[in-house]
Structures are given as C-alpha cells and as structure tokens.
Design a protein around this ligand. Structure first.
Ligand code: TMP
Length: 237
C-alpha cells in the first residue's frame, strides 16, 4: 500500500492518504501531551508500543464482535486503517474512580464501582473537551440517537473484553477513552487507539500505575511502565 500525502497531524499520530480512498495509514509518534496540550514531552518507544498494543487489542475485539477500523500492521509504527469520519465524542468508561471523576465528585482514587460508568466529552480542543450528556450531543448534532446507542453498546462490550484480558495479565483496568468513526456507508466502528495513553492500567496486586498518568503526574519511570505493560500483554497473547 502506497503512502501518499499527509492529511493530518494530531498530538500522538500522523495520518496519511493511500491509493485507496477508503484506507489511511496511521503513523504513531513518541510525542506525549497532557492537559489539552499544555504539558509536552517525549516518551521514547511509545509510538511502537501504542501501535502494536492497539492493533492486537482491536484484532481481538473484532473476533469478539466489535467492528474496528483496524486493517493491517505495516511496520513498527505504521498501520493501515479504514477511513472514517470521527464522531466528535470522547467516550470514557470507568470501573474504578480516578482522574477527573475523583476530582469532580470528590471520590478517592481507587474506589471500585458496582457497575461501570460511561460518559461523553465533546471532542473539541478549543473548548477543552467539555463533558456533555446524550441530550447535549443530540442538540449539537454530534451523532444520532441510534449512533449513540450503538456506541454505548460497543463501549461496554470493549470494557468487558479489556477488563478480562488485562486481568489475565495481572493488570486492573481502571478506565479508558474510546473514539468511534463512521465508514463511508455510515457504519459505526471503533477507531483511534487503545493504549496506555488512553487507559489507566494498574498492577493488580501493587496498584502501581503502568500508564500515561506517570507522565501526566511527573512520577518518573514512564518508559519503563510502557515497556512493562507491553511485556505483560505479550506474555498473555
Ligand atoms: P480523566 O479521568 O482525566 O477524565 O481520564 C479518563 C480516561 O481517559 C483515562 O484513561 C485517560 C483517558 N484520556 C484520554 O485518552 N485523553 C484525554 O484527553 C483525557 C483527558 C483522558
């Protein structure tokens, strides 16, 4: 597949056109940002890990019945994906209180929920990705009611799968963010990535953080945590 012109550069990935109008190439960078781009840095080797981890998880999710944009891994950092128009919602599923949930509602990090929660943010950097509900999303015409129902169903399916998968690796899935897109025929598929950038992953025994919170919170050992979580995944595939 021929890599054509760059279409887009995001905070962590670049996107290129291909000969096929329905397919794109994603190229994962080592760049890391937090707090809507306010904090900037590099996590050496992150692009390779996020690319490979996301691809393996999406391939497994396809098998489990969740359609995704994933087509084929092309290199350490590059993947062929189906072209989608991204639904401008950040879909966050939580099993345990942490991060903005803990802050907003005054709940200690680590409190385990009886059942998972789901929330949406409006994917809009200028506005700082504000939290919104389904009614707001409909009013803003970000998605249809049917699309939102599909997205919620898939998001909980992804949670069921990932929770069990990570547990088999000795890792607790605290929370994660997903993005969905529409194929040219309107079908909703899981897009973007599933990685330690977009998930909170804690060692099941020690609760040591094995994700991007180490970068966000200046905890050190960032590269080591990414390597550790990738190693755990490889040992259990
Ligand atoms: P939060 O607790 O800061 O809202 O984050 C919830 C989850 O979403 C966490 O796993 C990190 C992920 N996340 C992203 O992937 N991108 C973002 O821009 C933010 C704020 C969070």
């Amino acid at each position: 597949m021929e890599k054509r012109e760059q279409l887009y550069e995001g905070k962590a990935k670049k996107v290129y056109a291909t000969d096929d109008p329905e397919l794109l190439i994603v190229d994962y960078k080592d760049d890391a940002t937090a707090f809507n781009g306010l904090k900037k840095g590099t996590i050496a080797g992150k692009g390779v890990i996020n690319n490979q981890m996301s691809n393996r998880l999406m391939a497994k999710l396809e098998e489990a019945g969740v359609p995704t944009h994933y087509v084929q891994e092309l290199s350490e950092r590059e993947t062929l994906v189906k072209k989608v128009s991204i639904v401008p919602l950040e879909v966050i599923v939580r099993n345990i209180a942490a991060g903005s949930f803990s802050k907003r509602y005054g709940v200690e990090e680590g409190v385990v929920f009886d059942q998972p929660t789901i929330e949406f943010s409006y994917k809009n950097d200028d506005l700082g990705d504000p939290l919104l509900n389904t009614y707001h999303a409909l009013a803003l015409k970000l998605a249809t009611a049917e699309e939102i129902a599909t997205i919620e169903k898939y998001a909980f399916q992804v949670n069921d799968f990932l929770k069990a998968f990570w547990l088999s690796c000795g890792v607790t899935l605290v929370d994660f963010k997903l993005e969905f897109g529409r194929l040219s025929n309107g079908t909703i598929v899981l897009a973007d990535e599933i990685s330690p950038d977009t998930s909170r992953l804690w060692d099941a025994k020690t609760h040591e953080k094995l994700d991007k919170d180490r970068f966000r919170r200046d905890m050190g050992g960032v590269e080591e945590a990414y390597a550790e979580i990738m190693g755990r995944m490889e040992a259990h595939l």
